[in-house]
Design a protein around this ligand. Structure first.
Ligand code: CA
Length: 612
């Protein structure tokens, strides 16, 4: 593995690149409005590379595989692709432990493949966003290997502490992965700190050399044409002190490193030094961020991150952590959405990612109402304010996997949870009933491209089992079917692309109960902008709306100023009852021929109920 040695950088090269129409400038030229950041009008798509498309039969997805599927992604209508880590990694945490930030792991391909990916993506007006994992490195990273031997200048790249005089650990902090954050290193004769796995030592962000290294790494990828970064656990970078944490906290010590002023300073520095010169984009993964913390991170005046993911709305049926369920309520979901939709200057709505169960199995119905509920959730995601992120397979309604035993799971988190639940003396069947629906592997099974035995993902043996329902739920089956979940996603993305109100307009809750939620996007203020009302029945029972809403829905009529522009049941006129999982978007404009400037008028989404 190539050593990452910092090379003094010729800053003039960046300036020249910008001046002479390098990659970054070419992107800018594509922007419809140069004063408006491109990502505000974008829909993002997250690729989990090891499960997306294999090109060489080794059972693991790779960069050439992604390149071979760019046409499908362009046809979906998304604008940018975020790749989960493809850097060199020993895989203690599926690539989130990086051993070389400046190279592609051989299992995924080469830097040449990466350059090819960027070029091919650009031809299709798709931008590439990389994962930036800089709270920690892998313990196999050459910096760590040099640091444990106290080799200059790497001596203080990590957080080392001697054993206490009384023989105790340096402090009482607990790791996100349970147990102490301290690991003894025999070579150095000191403990190092790891907030996550012991093979993921935390970088010492109090050392300015670490900041300089990361800036160089970011420039390395920006020079290759990357449009920005998704920043992993970004709110934990700076540890203000190593004092003991308050007792009683689940993650003991977190008050000393969560969203500290030092982290804000680092983010502002990265923005000024690196991101601004490239006009690059960032979305942050926050750790248990409060609304205030998220506001601070994304406040345009502070110039730190462009947006952050928020996850509160995915936990309305969970107590404390995702492994403890409670009954779902649409009212709780609308409450959570309202708080974050209204509270943030810009949001990054998300229903799925590589750490979450599939949304159609979580909030939807992956059995009887599979297609209708998957479409209802598409309506939800794509009528929220901000920049939505779709996770691979979500657009074809991929479901959780019906794993039958712990042995089938690769996810380290699931195995750790089993150990923890054993500690509470819970019987095996109960432990399994808690772990199975929440395991991260539900989202990590291979992308279902066709009905073949390995779903078209690989010609070899897939690294993780292919969901048997790929025989019916797959891309090929949906590609040309106008009633498919995929067609519905495409049409909703297009509807959103035609409407500034859906992207930017205010979010106002209207009504919610246990199953139904209604919200509006935009303002009926005579500005000429349309007002959208979204009706969602998130249950398998028909639901009667109250008189006021029923009357409002009855006014909806094609060819008038109040028309249905999206429906997942095919109904276009309403009597005040929402069918099971029915989702309806009604657009109210000043005149029936009022049109948003766009190549095409907003699509009418006809759809029928389809079973897997
Ligand atoms: Ca491969």
């Amino acid at each position: 593995m190539r050593h990452e040695i910092r090379v003094p950088r010729d800053r003039r090269r960046v300036a020249a690149n910008l001046k002479t129409g390098g990659l970054t400038l070419r992107y800018d030229e594509e922007m419809r409005n140069p004063t408006r950041p491109w990502w505000k009008d974008a829909v993002f798509y997250q690729i989990y590379p090891r499960s997306f498309q294999d090109s060489n039969g080794d059972g693991m997805g790779d960069l050439p595989g992604i390149i071979s599927r760019l046409d499908e992604l362009a046809a979906l209508g998304v604008n940018a692709l975020w790749l989960s880590p493809v850097y060199c990694s020993p895989d203690a945490d599926n690539g989130y432990d990086i051993a070389n930030y400046r190279d592609i792991d051989p299992r995924y391909g080469t830097l040449k493949d990466f350059d090819h990916l960027v070029a091919e993506a650009r031809k299709r007006k798709l931008r590439i966003v990389m994962d930036l994992v800089v709270n920690h490195t892998s313990d196999a990273h050459p910096w760590f290997q040099a640091s444990r031997r106290r080799e200059y200048p790497y001596t203080d790249y990590y957080i080392w502490r001697p054993i206490k005089e009384d023989g105790d650990l340096p402090n009482n902090w607990t790791s996100f992965f349970q147990g102490t954050v301290w690991e003894w290193d025999v070579i150095r004769g000191e403990y190092y700190l790891h907030l996550f796995d012991k093979r993921q030592p935390d970088l010492n962000w109090a050392n300015p050399a670490v900041l300089a290294e990361v800036e160089d790494i970011m420039r390395f990828w920006l020079d290759r044409g990357v449009a920005g970064f998704r920043c992993d656990v970004i709110t934990c970078l700076y540890k203000t002190s190593l004092e003991d944490g308050a007792p009683g906290s689940v993650i003991r010590g977190i008050e000393h490193y969560k969203s500290q002023p030092g982290t804000h300073e680092i983010l502002a520095t990265l923005r000024r030094d690196v991101l601004d010169p490239y006009q690059a984009f960032t979305v942050g993964e926050t750790v248990m961020a409060t609304l205030q913390e998220a506001q601070d991170l994304t406040d345009p005046a502070r110039r730190e991150l462009d947006m952050v993911f928020t996850f509160d709305h995915l936990k309305v049926d969970r107590r404390i952590d995702k492994y403890l369920p409670k009954p779902f309520s649409a009212a709780a979901l609308l409450d959570s959405l309202t708080k974050w939709q209204q509270g943030l200057s810009w949001a990054a709505p998300v229903l799925e990612n590589h750490d979450q169960p599939r949304i159609v199995s979580h909030y939807g119905d992956d059995d009887r109402h599979w297609a209708t509920s998957a479409k209802a959730l598409a309506v939800l995601l794509l009528t929220l304010r901000g920049t939505p992120f779709i996770y691979q397979g979500q657009e074809i309604g991929m479901t959780n996997f019906h794993f039958t035993s712990l042995d089938e799971l690769d996810d380290v988190e699931s195995h750790r949870m089993d150990v923890r639940l054993r500690g509470y003396k819970l019987p095996a069947p109960l432990r399994w009933s808690i772990i199975r629906p929440a395991s991260r592997d539900n989202a990590r099974t291979p992308m279902q491209w066709d009905a073949g035995p390995t779903a078209g993902f690989t010609t070899g043996r897939p690294w993780l089992a292919v969901n048997p329902n790929s025989s019916t739920i797959n891309y090929a089956a949906q590609e040309s079917d106008p009633a498919s979940v995929l067609s519905f996603y495409r049409a909703m993305i297009e509807l959103r692309a035609t409407s500034p109100t859906l992207r930017d307009g205010p979010f106002e809750p209207v009504y919610a109960d246990k199953s139904v939620m209604v919200y509006r996007r935009g303002k009926a203020d005579g500005s000429g902008q349309p007002l959208f009302t979204v009706y969602l029945n998130l249950s398998g029972r028909a639901s009667q709306l109250n008189q006021e809403l029923a009357d409002e829905m009855r006014r909806c009529k094609d060819g008038t100023t109040i028309a249905c522009v999206a429906t997942n049941t095919g109904r276009r006129q309403f009597n005040g009852t929402l069918l099971p999982w029915e989702a309806v978007v009604v657009r109210e404009t000043l005149s029936p021929d009022w049109a948003i400037p766009s190549k095409k008028p907003a699509p009418m989404l006809a759809s029928t109920i389809m079973k897997p």
